[in-house]
Design a protein around this ligand. Structure first.
Ligand code: SAH
Length: 370
């Protein structure tokens, strides 16, 4: 019989296993703490288990761990980890240090939730890969454990964003289980849910699940009319048009002193006009929120273009003049294709046959915001 992978078990499943071995109940919690708190990969190092118990555990179980096959480091300090999963499929996570004066210690890890993506947003590289498969809960948590193992003890990851490859709410069950293991304060990794943000393209019927997880919600709006959103984000907007999405956002129970985040990718000549900005102001009325503007990050073969810095600033100006807090997201890690929308790979041929040639990578940040 092949050994049980302990990291692939939920807390309940581990409790059952421990019971079938006739071990006391607290043994499950001890093991969980080694897995998630100490990030152990070696059963022999579980020093509060007797030698006999460790021997038995090592004979029947193992601890699967993700380890990056490649780590790319950007000139701005951002690091992209490429993980090869058991079935050889690849996912990516991005570690983003924040060096702005306000938060020198902030270290954010951007996690993937699917291999590829269920959705088909036209400006996103992952979206163009199609869905290869959903990640399992332990493959989501594993990205955090692996990244933290590579960091010095005094450099903890402080924030998590579910904004990497995939649509988290298209894989909500695994995501919820992963969040549980990441936030459990007694044996889990121990993140406060306030330091976790889940970003969705707008699977409106599942926002309730996000509320239950207790994490922050970000919604990728990216358009101000259904006609435009149908063009840019066809799959999700057909299922959940703007009215329905905004109604679900209005119903979302935002925690005290928190607010929703709306993300808006700025695409030149597509959604970056003054009319767009004015419509956005109207749509946001009555919602406690801020808007993160993300100037489009280019990647090979994609026809969209990033607006000029001047246009981006003008768009932001309209929002702020109307009392809407709007921040321009400095895109990090573009030189390693680690910025929003740049994660994943297309089949070689599809990159080659497209006409637009190599990417022109803009790396000049306009201004930084978390
Ligand atoms: N599926 C989720 C999370 C992944 S995308 C979602 O849609 O929110 C994370 C963010 O990157 C989204 O706000 C998305 O709109 C943005 N994004 C995607 N492609 C981009 C690109 N090429 N340039 C800039 N931002 C992009």
């Amino acid at each position: 019989m092949s050994p049980v992978d302990l990291i692939a078990l939920s807390a309940d499943e581990l409790a059952t296993l421990v019971r079938t071995w006739g071990w006391p109940r607290y043994r499950a919690r001890q093991i969980l703490r080694w897995l998630y708190r100490a990030r152990l990969t070696d059963i022999a190092a579980m020093t509060d288990l007797s030698h006999a118990d460790r021997t038995r555990l090592a004979a029947e179980a193992c601890i699967g761990a993700l380890a990056p096959s490649t780590v790319l480091t950007s000139e701005d300090g951002t690091r992209k980890f490429i993980f090869s999963l058991e079935d050889a499929k690849r996912i990516e996570s991005v570690l983003i240090p924040d060096t702005s004066s306000r938060s020198t210690d902030r270290l954010t890890l951007c996690l993937s939730t699917q291999v590829g993506c269920t959705l088909d947003c036209t400006f996103c590289l992952t979206g163009q890969m199609g869905l290869q498969r959903n990640l399992l809960a332990h493959e989501i948590v594993g990205q955090v454990l692996a990244a933290q193992r590579l960091l010095p003890e005094d450099r903890p990851i402080t924030n998590l964003v579910l904004m990497g490859m995939g649509e988290p709410l298209a894989n909500a069950t695994a995501v919820e289980e992963a969040i549980l293991r990441l936030t459990n304060q007694s044996w889990g990794v121990g993140f406060s849910p306030r330091r976790i943000t889940l970003s969705t393209a707008g699977l409106s019927s599942r926002l309730k699940q996000v509320a239950r997880m207790g994490v922050n919600l970000a919604v990728s709006l990216n358009a101000t009319t259904n006609e435009q959103r149908d063009r840019l984000m066809p799959a999700v907007n057909k299922a959940y048009p703007l009215e329905r999405l905004l109604a679900a956002c209005r119903a979302f129970p935002v925690k005290p002193r928190r607010r929703l985040t709306f993300e808006y990718v700025l695409l030149a000549g597509e959604n970056d006009t003054e009319q767009d900005a004015a419509r956005l102001v109207k749509l946001m009325r009555g919602i406690r929120c801020k808007v993160n503007l993300i100037p489009f990050n280019e990647f090979p073969g994609n026809p969209h273009q990033r607006p000029s810095d001047e246009r981006v600033l003008r768009f932001q100006g309209i929002l702020t003049r109307h009392g809407l807090d709007a921040f321009i997201r400095k895109s990090k890690g573009q030189d390693i294709l680690g910025a929003c929308g740049q994660l994943g790979t297309l089949p070689e041929a599809s990159v080659l046959v497209r006409p637009s040639g190599p990417p022109s990578l803009h790396s000049i940040p306009i201004h930084s915001h978390s």
